[in-house]
Write a protein that binds this ligand. Structure first.
Ligand code: SF4
Ligand code: SF4
Length: 416
């Protein structure tokens, strides 16, 4: 999803912006694996153009169209390479929803639906699963198990060992009580809320002595957006926007998140409210105050290890945020910072990793090869998910390197 200023207002409008220049093709991991035009971003846009012009008719059993749409990992790298910032990932997602192609595998879709619609069930289910993981009951899921459960087995392999969740950990910290005069609002990622709360505590270190208001129970509307529940998505977005306005008043507090996907989604709020002019204006002001956590990471000393950045994520990659993360890493690691050529094969975004486990494994192996050939020792990822996914593959194939979430640049030693 590109930023609000570049986002065209309709699907056909955004498709028409493609000049077929070919600049995006080499940036697409699915094209690099298949080497076929239909698997390139340009190919996908052309298929969409033909469908919208009714020169091509979609039927549910059209396997080549389904396959090329399913093989798009929604990473948004094509949009980064495209001078016109054509939002291919956004278009592919819209098509998938329109023709009911699964965006997420069944168990993950159910979880996301619970998170968006029944947060208490979601909470309970996560705690129950963490308990099962702690008892090693997931080990019974082998490699060749029922396909429906493969995403769960994959999750179990890549996720860090079960820990307390953020709500259980907060009472032991100074962030337990809401400050009277907050200076920053922090919206932790789902990963930080439920899987590794040290991510949230480390992110909070970035704010120094500032009074931080934590919003771990709020919804951004992203889950509902992925589930194509427009009503709920708008409802949650309006609630968040109103709460932000009330909390900051005239001050317009900075709104910070450590979730790459939520950051991109919030930056796109004005587009979400395109049909509601009053809300759109408010959303534009809000989007201007939204920050990714890298804006608050402070430069420290240099480290003697070859380091790279992986900017894999879901849906969109605002260029300016990647450049600022690269700048931070260059400041930290000086000449040991390696420009990430391996990002030709990005870590699969969540959706690809869970819905096409074998394709994701092929892709990640290519990333590992590139990391090994450059003798990179550590990779910082902008998304916690990408860090876990990559770290699992590195430990398996190239154990002298490791992947971490970028917030750990700020970590105190006891946090990691
Ligand atoms: S999507 Fe952008 S970069 Fe790719 S062919 Fe179209 S205009 Fe060129
Ligand atoms: S979003 Fe990623 S996988 Fe999909 S077409 Fe663009 S570069 Fe390729």
């Amino acid at each position: 999803m590109p930023t609000a200023t570049t986002q065209p207002q309709t699907l056909s409008g955004s498709v028409a912006r493609c000049t077929r220049c070919n600049a995006c093709v080499q940036s697409c991991p699915s094209y690099l694996l298949h080497k076929e035009e239909t698997f390139s971003p340009r190919g996908r846009v052309q298929i969409l153009r033909l469908l919208l012009d009714r020169k091509l008719k979609y039927t549910p059993h059209q396997t080549p169209i389904n396959q090329t749409m399913q093989d798009c990992i929604l990473c948004g790298r094509c949009t980064l390479a495209c001078a016109g910032q054509v939002p291919v990932a956004h278009q592919v997602l819209a098509l998938k929803k329109a023709v009911s192609l699964p965006v997420l595998p069944f168990p993950c879709k159910t979880f996301l639906a619970w998170h968006a619609r029944h947060p208490r069930w979601f909470d309970f289910a996560v705690r129950f699963i963490q308990r099962l993981r702690a008892w090693h009951l997931f080990a019974v899921f082998g490699e060749n198990m029922i396909p429906l459960l493969r995403p769960i087995a994959h999750l179990h392999r890549i996720l860090p060992a079960p820990k307390q969740n953020l709500r259980q950990l907060l009472p032991k910290t100074r962030f337990h009580q809401a400050p009277k005069k907050p200076e920053i609002i922090f919206f932790p990622s789902l990963e930080a809320r439920y899987i590794d709360p040290t991510l949230a505590l480390t992110a909070l270190d970035c704010f120094g002595n500032k009074e931080v208001l934590l919003w771990p129970e709020m919804h951004s509307g992203l889950a509902a957006y992925l589930l194509d529940d427009e009503k709920l998505c708008l409802q949650q977005a309006k609630r968040l926007l109103t709460a932000w306005e009330k909390t900051g008043g005239k001050k317009k507090l900075p709104f910070v998140t450590d979730s790459w996907e939520v950051f991109a989604f919030l930056k796109n709020y004005p587009f979400l409210f395109a049909r509601l002019p009053g809300w759109e204006k408010r959303a534009r002001i809000f989007a201007g105050r939204v920050h990714f956590i890298t804006d608050f990471i402070k430069a420290k000393k240099s480290y003697p290890q070859k380091t790279a950045l992986d900017f894999s994520g879901l849906l969109s990659l605002p260029k300016e945020t990647i450049f600022s993360a690269q700048k931070i890493l260059k400041t930290h690691f000086g000449k040991n910072f390696v420009e990430c050529e391996y990002s030709r094969f990005p870590v699969p975004a969540e959706i690809a990793a869970l819905s096409h486990v074998s394709q994701a494994e092929k892709m990640i192996l290519e990333s590992v090869k590139q990391i090994a050939s450059k003798q990179i020792k550590q990779v910082f990822c902008l998304s916690a998910w990408a860090a876990w996914e990559l770290n699992y593959a590195l430990q398996k194939h190239y154990p002298c390197a490791q992947a971490k979430n970028i917030v750990y640049l700020q970590a105190k030693n006891d946090r990691i």
